[in-house]
Structures are given as C-alpha cells and as structure tokens.
Design a protein around this ligand. Structure first.
Ligand code: ATP
Ligand code: MG
Length: 453
C-alpha cells in the first residue's frame, strides 16, 4: 500500500489481453478445503469468478488510446490545477473549519490548504473558524483565526486539530451570514459524514441567496467508511497504532497461563481498522466487526472457540470493533449531540462474558482488556498519511479555485478525483463479508466465517 505502482496510462495501449494471460499447469479439478466452510453458508461469493478481470486501463484517455469507445461511461473528474480558474486570487478569501471526532492528519490538511492557497495562488487571506460549526455562530463569541504559512508550519507535529472541533447542529442560515460578513469566497470543510451533510445545507443556502461561494470538503473518517474512495486519511496511522495495542495485549496474554487478551478498536459501522490491524501480525484468534453478527454461546460460538485456542496455544486474543455485536444488546435509542446513535459498549461486556465462561469451565485465566481509541485518534499522522493529506489538500485548493463546489476530494484507484458531496454521503463503505478482506482475516485467524453459524 505504501508503494505506488505507475498508474495505468495511455502507454498501456500496446498491451494486449494475450500479454496479460497467466500461465497455468492445467485444469483445476480438486475441491478447495475452504468449500465446506464457505458452502455451508450457501454462498459462492467468496470464490473468485475466473472470468473476471481487473481492467488495465482505468481512465478515459487509456481507453481512447486503445481505440475503444468511451460513450457515456461513468467517470470521475481528475483533481489538479486547471489552466483557467474561476476566482481571482488577489481578491479571494478562504476559510477552513474542522468538525466531528479527531483523526490523524487534520493539522496536515489545514497547513496544506494554507500553503497551497498562499504559495501557489497568492491568496492573501485565509481564516480558520474555531471549534467546528460553532465558530460561525456569533453567540459562541469565537473570533476567526488568521492563518498564514508561518502560523501553520509546525501544527502537523501535533495530533488533533489546531482549529478545534465540535459536534451538535448549527443553523446553516447563520453560518452563511458569517461567510458573507467575512467576505469569504471559498469554504473548506474537513469532517465526516455529518460535517459533509452540514456542508450540503450550507451550500444550499449559498445557492438560495445567489452567492458565489465554493464549498469543498476533505472527507475525514478514521473508520475508513466513506464510499468510493480507496482509503481515508489517517486510516493507515490509525491501524498501525491499533496493531501495537494488539501486540501489547498478545504479549500480556502469552505471559500468563491461559491468558486472554481483548482489544476494542474504532469502527462504529465499519470494521476496517479491526481487520487491517489484525492482519499486521496475525496475533488475533478472533476478529469481530459490525458487518458480521456473532453469538457467544454454543459449539460454534465465540466462547467455545476461545476455550479451544487457549487449550491448543495456551492463550487467545480477541479484537473487537466498537460497533460489533450490537445485536447482543437492547438499543435504548440514545444519540449524541450530532444525532449519532450511542452504541452499547461491547468491550466490557465481552470481558465479563469471557471471564465468566472460563470461571464456569474451571480454567484459571487472566484477562487483559485494552481500549486504545482516544490514544489512537489523537496521534499525529504517520509519514504516509502526511503525504496523502498534503496531496488531498492541494487537490482541494485546485478544485475550489477553479470554481467547483459541493464536492469532496478523494483518491480512487490511486488517482486523486473530485466526488460530488451528495455521492460521498450517499452510503457507508463497509467490509464486505463476502469480499477478499474478510476472507484474508478468516485465513489469518482461522476463525469461522461467523461465530454461531
Ligand atoms: P465523525 O466521523 O467524527 O462522526 P462527523 O462529521 O460525522 O464526524 P458529527 O458530529 O456527526 O461528526 O457532525 C459534525 C457536525 O455536522 C456537527 O456540527 C453536526 O451537527 C453536523 N451535522 C451532522 N449531521 C448533519 C446533518 N444531517 N445535517 C446537517 N448538519 C449535520
Ligand atoms: Mg459521523
């Protein structure tokens, strides 16, 4: 993932399907040992369709070079500087706001935006709004922060966001009042699905008032749950840090007789961090994600699996995403300030149930439980995510200066592209229980497709 193979370009035009054919030793006739496990689910989606192909050309230019008609193929606009721009840089004022939970890389985005606006375009005024959407609302009394390349130079060293953040709804009319009073031409919003929905409301009011203000988003989600984009910024930092917690709990579990380690990781609706972090060293005996419901009891349940692992290996390690196993609880319908459902805390619940079941079996154990979520959210971006966020912020500036609005920047198949905001919030990216990532986790942990059948 850190290596970046050369993207397919029109230079691929001379390569034929024959050049890409893979040699085989002959027809494959033996049933895979995975078959009983997978077919028990009466599903064939885990298997690769042998006729399927990953296309070599993934741009309109590449297809054109091959002499293929493009027609109305859906395609994403590439990011990058345009020869003609919409805003006159000498008269342009830009604003930046960060909302929602912390995520590694927020400060890199802020500083990348300020630098590109200032150095590349010569924009003279860039301001930051404090503490999320509250920063626009006069009753909170926050002044805007003047941002210059000098003032943002060192902020990426720290995690968090130099501008502050908040949750909770604010009136979009009042936000646009503030944009008008500040004479802003461009607003950059850095935040998750809620923030982007808020940004769409702001953009609607801007349109209704016939204003010429561009709203461009840089999507933030530590859970990697934004659809279409390959990976969100901060995700790699997050799962690297998460893997250290798994390693720590494994060392603890191995150091005592029948030790059990339990790590709760981020992932309210999507288990990407749990999956990736668990694949780092393959220490986990069970990975639990929101996308795959599980049961604890019975021969095929999680607890029986852990007893078997402790018997075989002397210890066991469980990685659970915070949104996993919600089916085990009665929801009380509670929500946070932004209207997000409050999840039941699966970590302590599992700790209790695991401890109980070992006690009932008369197996002496010691159980170590870690919840590193806040420690992970607040770290600075690793070098990979720093590079990624800087490039995203540059792409966002080019898009905004060219007059584009109601869109976010993202990387799709290694290319930086523009994505309409409405599309970016239209659904959630989740681990496909029939896809190759979940398959990789099952192969690594040796756990069944689903605990409890
Ligand atoms: P996270 O990934 O941390 O949840 P988020 O951007 O989704 O990030 P939220 O707290 O849900 O974080 O929302 C951030 C801001 O966006 C809040 O001020 C919230 O009120 C606003 N917001 C959330 N949902 C909507 C919505 N549907 N319409 C308008 N504004 C919204
Ligand atoms: Mg959210």
């Amino acid at each position: 993932m850190t290596s970046e193979p050369t993207p397919a370009t029109p230079q691929n035009g001379h390569i034929t399907a024959e050049d890409l054919r893979i040699a085989t030793l002959g027809a494959a006739r033996i049933t895979s040992p995975l078959a009983p496990l997978l077919d028990a689910r009466r599903t064939t989606e885990h298997y690769v369709d042998t006729h399927d192909r990953v296309l070599l050309d993934d741009t309109a230019a590449g297809l054109e070079a091959r002499g293929l008609p493009i027609g109305d193929l859906p395609g994403l606009e590439p990011c990058g500087p345009r020869r003609e721009i919409y805003f006159d840089p000498s008269k342009t004022r830009a604003g930046i706001v960060t909302c929602g939970g912390l995520c590694p890389g927020l400060n890199d985005v802020i500083s990348g935006l300020v630098r590109t606006l200032t150095y590349h375009y010569g924009v003279r005024r860039v301001v930051g709004f404090r503490n999320g959407y509250q920063g626009f609302i006069s009753s909170y009394g926050y002044d805007v922060v003047e941002l210059t390349p000098e003032s943002v130079r060192d902020i990426p060293v720290d995690g968090g966001t130099a501008l502050g953040t908040s949750r909770g709804p604010q009136d979009p009319e009042e936000i646009v009042d503030a944009l008008e009073q500040t004479h802003l031409n461009i607003l950059f919003v850095i935040g998750g699905d809620g923030t982007l929905r808020g940004a769409m409301e702001i953009e609607r009011v801007i349109r209704e008032r016939n204003l010429r203000i561009a709203v461009v988003g840089i999507p933030k989600t530590i859970d990697n749950d934004i659809p279409y984009i390959d990976q969100s910024f901060g995700f790699q930092t997050a799962f690297s840090r998460a893997s250290e917690s798994i390693r720590a709990v494994t060392v603890e579990a191995k150091s005592t007789a029948n030790g059990v380690g339990l790590v709760k990781l981020m992932g309210r609706h999507s288990g990407f961090i749990a999956c990736y972090a668990s694949l780092v060293r393959s220490d986990a005996d069970a990975v639990l994600i929101p996308e795959v419901p599980f049961s604890l009891d019975g021969d095929t349940g999680l607890l029986a699996h852990l007893h078997r692992r402790v018997e075989q290996r002397g210890h066991a390690v469980v990685v659970v995403a915070e949104g996993a196993g919600q089916e085990l609880f009665d929801s009380d319908g509670a929500t946070d300030a932004s209207g997000n459902a409050r999840l039941s805390d699966v970590g302590p619940y599992l700790r209790e149930r695991i401890a109980e079941s070992f006690a009932e079996a008369g197996t002496e154990t010691s159980l170590r439980y870690i919840d590193p979520s806040y420690a992970i959210r607040s770290v600075p971006a690793n070098p990979y995510d720093s590079v990624y966020t800087v490039r995203l912020s540059q792409a966002a500036v080019h898009a905004a200066m060219s007059g584009r609005t109601a869109m976010v920047v993202g990387r799709v198949r290694r290319r930086f592209v523009h994505i309409p905001m409405a599309l970016a919030v239209s659904r959630r990216n989740q681990v496909d229980p029939h896809g190759d990532l979940w398959m990789a986790v099952l192969e690594s942990t040796g756990q069944p497709w689903r605990f409890g059948g």
